[in-house]
Design a protein around this ligand. Structure first.
Ligand code: ZN
Length: 347
C-alpha cells in the first residue's frame, strides 16, 4: 500500500543505467539504490527506489529533499533535470502522476529500512469533538465558512472540522489520509470588553497544533497530485478560494521554508503561482527566484481586496487564469506592488 503509483513512462532500466553508468559510488539493496547525499554529505543516506525512482535522503527529508527521481539524480550526477527526464521517461510528456509520498516509513521494508527517524511529522488523531463540517454540531462553523464564501461541498472536500467547545473551524494539515496537525480559526468575535472592569480580552484568531513542524509540509499537499501547477497561498481560507483553479497549497505563513519550496519543485508541476498576501511583497520577490526550472506567475488581488480570501472562488479562478508570468532575473527591480498585475508573459 502507500507508494504504489507508478509513473507513466518511467523506465526502471534507464534509472539502473544512469546510476550504474555514472561513476558515482552506490550500493544496491533489494528495492533501492543507495548513494551518498550531495546535500548533507552523509554517506549512504540517499535512496532511489528502483520501481519508480522516487528518492529520499533520510537526513534531508525534513528539508524537502525527497520526491521525483530527476531532482535527486540531477544533484547526485550534476546533470540538468531535463536531460535526466529525457533518459528516464523517453519522449513521453511527464505528468505529475507519481507525487512524493509522506508515508516514508512505509517506503522501504526489510534490509532497506534505515534505522533512524529522519522525518519529523507525526501522525495525530482528530479529537472526538472536532466534528466533520457537515455534522449537526458544526452548524456554526459551516455558517462561518459560508459567510466567507466557502460552500459545504468545498469544505467537505478538505475534511474541515468544527469544535463547538473551542468555537473554531479546523483545517487539517496532512496528506494521503494521514493527519499531522491542524490550524483552527475562531468563528466569533475575537475581542471582548468587560464593562465592569474596562478590561479587554483578546482571543487568538488562528491557532496551530502544538508540536507540528508546519514548515516541513504544506497544507492541502494532496492537491498537487496530478496537477501541472501549484498555487502557493498564505492561509487556509485563501487556499480554499483557489479550489476551482486547483493545485492549491498553503504555506501557513509569509515565511516559505526551503522544505516547502522543495515540496513544490519536486512534485513535478510545471507552473507555480505565487499568491501570498500583497503585504508579502518582498517574500514573493525572493520566491520568484526559487523556481528556476518552472514558469512562475504572480497572483495579486485587484484593488479593493485585501487578499484573495476576500474574493469568491470563481473570481479567484479567473484571477489565476490571468496572472502575469514573471521570471526571477527579469522581474527584479522594476515591478512594484502597484504595477502588478502587468502582463509580462513572454514567448
Ligand atoms: Zn541528505
Amino acid at each position: 500500500m502507500g507508494v504504489g503509483r507508478v509513473e507513466t513512462g518511467f523506465d526502471p532500466d534507464a534509472l539502473k543505467e544512469l546510476i550504474e553508468g555514472s561513476g558515482v559510488r552506490f550500493r544496491q539493496l533489494s528495492i533501492s539504490y543507495v548513494v551518498d547525499c550531495p546535500r548533507c554529505g552523509k554517506k549512504d543516506k540517499l535512496y532511489f527506489r528502483k520501481r519508480d525512482g522516487q528518492f529520499i535522503c533520510w537526513v534531508c527529508a525534513g528539508d524537502g529533499f525527497r520526491g521525483r527521481p530527476e531532482y535527486g539524480l540531477s544533484e547526485v550526477l550534476g546533470v540538468p533535470v531535463r536531460e535526466i527526464r529525457a533518459q528516464l521517461y523517453g519522449d513521453k510528456d511527464v505528468r505529475a502522476t507519481a507525487f512524493l509520498d509522506l508515508k516514508v516509513r512505509n517506503w522501504l521494508s526489510g534490509d532497506d529500512e534505515p534505522d533512524e527517524d529522519a522525518f519529523d511529522l507525526q501522525e495525530v488523531q482528530w479529537p472526538f469533538d472536532f466534528y466533520p463540517i457537515e455534522h449537526k454540531f458544526s452548524r456554526r462553523g459551516l455558517a462561518y465558512l459560508e459567510s466567507r464564501g466557502i460552500p459545504l461541498e468545498v469544505a467537505k472536500c478538505y475534511d474541515l472540522r468544527y469544535c463547538p467547545r473551542e468555537q473554531r473551524v479546523y483545517f487539517p494539515i496532512g496528506s494521503k489520509g494521514k493527519l499531522y496537525g491542524w490550524q483552527g480559526r475562531f468563528v466569533g468575535q475575537t475581542e471582548f470588553r468587560d464593562e465592569a472592569t474596562g478590561q479587554t480580552t483578546r482571543i487568538p484568531k488562528v491557532v496551530t497544533t502544538k508540536g507540528i513542524k508546519k514548515e516541513q509540509t504544506l497544507m492541502f499537499l494532496d492537491r498537487l497530485e496530478g496537477s501541472d501547477h501549484a498555487v502557493l497561498c498564505e492561509g487556509p481560507v485563501d487556499g480554499l478560494k483557489v479550489h476551482g483553479f486547483g493545485g492549491n497549497v498553503v504555506s501557513m505563513g509569509k515565511i516559505v521554508s526551503k522544505a516547502q519550496i522543495n515540496l513544490i519543485r519536486n512534485s513535478g508541476v510545471k507552473r507555480v503561482y505565487l499568491a501570498l498576501d500583497p503585504d508579502a511583497y518582498s517574500e514573493t520577490m525572493a520566491l520568484t527566484r526559487e523556481f528556476p526550472d518552472l514558469e512562475v506567475y504572480w497572483v495579486t488581488p485587484p484593488k479593493g481586496y485585501k487578499d484573495i480570501g476576500e474574493m469568491s472562488i470563481s473570481e479567484v479562478t479567473e484571477l489565476c487564469g490571468l496572472a502575469p508570468r514573471v521570471n526571477g532575473s527579469f522581474v527584479r527591480g522594476f515591478i512594484n506592488p502597484e504595477s502588478v498585475p502587468v502582463n509580462y508573459r513572454h514567448g
